[in-house]
Design a protein around this ligand. Structure first.
Ligand SMILES: [Zn+2]
Length: 104
């Protein structure tokens, strides 16, 4: 999976996190790298960085399962579509929409 740049990757991660009710945290973010982890007990890790073979940035590491961060019986999927649609509308209306995370 590739993104135009780190900013786009961050937007995607934020939307993905919000829509699926994951508690993702941006551990490190600069112009070339983005490292995202889930809550402490969850083993999910995602590392995105620039790639000389493609334009933009690419997902380098994506591992772990979201096995400890939410109730598997929850009906989060029902609302996820609605939320994702809402966020997408918001992003389109305002491309500079701020997402959570530490600026560096
Ligand atoms: Zn998780």
């Amino acid at each position: 999976m590739t993104f135009k740049d780190i900013a786009e990757a961050r937007r995607y991660i934020s939307l993905h996190s919000f829509a699926n009710d994951y508690n993702l945290t941006i551990k490190k973010s600069d112009r070339k790298r983005l490292r995202v982890v889930c809550k402490d007990k969850c083993s999910f890790v995602c590392l995105i960085s620039d790639d000389k073979h493609v334009a933009g940035v690419r997902v380098k590491t994506l591992k772990g399962e979201h096995n400890k961060c939410k109730d598997p019986c929850g009906n989060y999927k029902v609302s996820a579509t609605t939320i994702a649609f809402y966020v997408k509308e918001k992003l389109q209306a305002n491309p500079k929409y701020k997402i959570k995370g530490n600026e560096s």
